[in-house]
Design a protein around this ligand. Structure first.
Ligand SMILES: [Zn+2]
Length: 283
């Protein structure tokens, strides 16, 4: 039994590393129970139990809200201090798997910490870069979903993307990427932002029951990487103490990097400190 799961896990790990498939790296019928994974950082075998979840209570709840700021979604750091968190999504997929190297290099040169919400599709397309970022002390890696879906227990749509349609699909959207990141870098993520940042409030409750906080933003930093650099700069200059800015690190042709470069010195002049969301109380 032990040997079987060893080889299954080895196959899983190899397929993740090779990235030779665009399907999910985990068995599609994977049971959310006990699985054995390799800790890629220490090369030690680690056994963990995926949080089990009783779906029944969620099945009887009828969602009343749909959007980016539904009940339970955090949008700010609870503080009166001049702190701002830059958060960068990496969405993945056919048009979303680029890497804004200019942006990330600037953040590293300027010693600006940031929280990176990363989708599993982006990880599969950029595995070496993902490992570098995950091991960099300035960056906090968090969960941007598996297939980049809006999160609902009964369907819906945002920006033309169909949402999940059941509590089980909500679970899969969060936990498949959770398990992939844990297998690759041994990190348990605790913050989630869905693809499109849309939810219903029952889906948010499920995510919370998995040990996560759902985090959106109070500053729309680049509007899905469509803003010019000037618009990005102006958006970031709206910062208030505790602001969370949503930007993207997967569209190098966008105005995001230039806008961030323009805004950061001005925010520093205003006395802002850049932080990740790690250890912060969110509201
Ligand atoms: Zn995204």
């Amino acid at each position: 039994m032990k040997k079987t799961s060893f080889f299954l896990s080895l196959l899983l790990f190899m397929s993740i590393l090779q990235g030779c498939q665009d399907t999910l790296p985990l068995e599609s019928n994977h049971a959310p129970n006990k699985e054995t994974y390799i800790d890629a950082k220490t090369s030690e075998w680690e056994r963990f139990t995926t949080p089990t979840i009783v779906m029944t209570p969620f099945k009887t709840l009828e969602p009343q809200e749909w959007g980016e700021q539904v009940t339970g979604v955090k949008t700010r750091i609870k503080t009166d201090n001049k702190k701002i968190a830059l958060t960068f999504d990496a969405c993945g997929g056919d048009y979303g798997s680029g890497y804004d190297e200019e942006l990330i290099s600037f953040l590293i040169e300027e010693n600006i910490p940031a929280t990176l919400f990363i989708n599993q599709r982006w990880i599969m397309a950029n595995q070496e870069i993902f490992l570098e970022l995950a091991n960099h002390p300035n960056f906090q890696i968090e969960n941007h979903g598996t297939e980049h879906l809006p999160l609902s227990v009964n369907g819906g749509e945002a920006w033309g993307i169909q949402a999940t349609t059941s509590p089980e699909e909500v679970y899969e959207e969060v936990m498949q990427n959770h398990e992939t990141v844990q297998a690759l870098v041994g990190k348990k993520m605790t913050l989630f932002r869905s693809g499109t940042a849309y939810y219903d409030e029952v889906a948010v409750k499920i995510v919370q029951s998995l040990g996560y906080e759902v985090v959106n933003y109070d500053i729309l930093g680049d509007a899905g990487a469509t803003y010019t650099s000037e618009q990005v700069k102006n958006a970031l200059l709206q910062a208030k103490p505790g602001s969370i800015a949503l930007l993207h690190m997967n569209q190098p042709q966008s105005g995001t990097a230039e806008g961030v470069k323009k805004a950061i010195p001005l925010l520093r002049e205003q006395g802002f400190e850049f932080v990740t969301l790690e250890g912060e109380i969110l509201e």
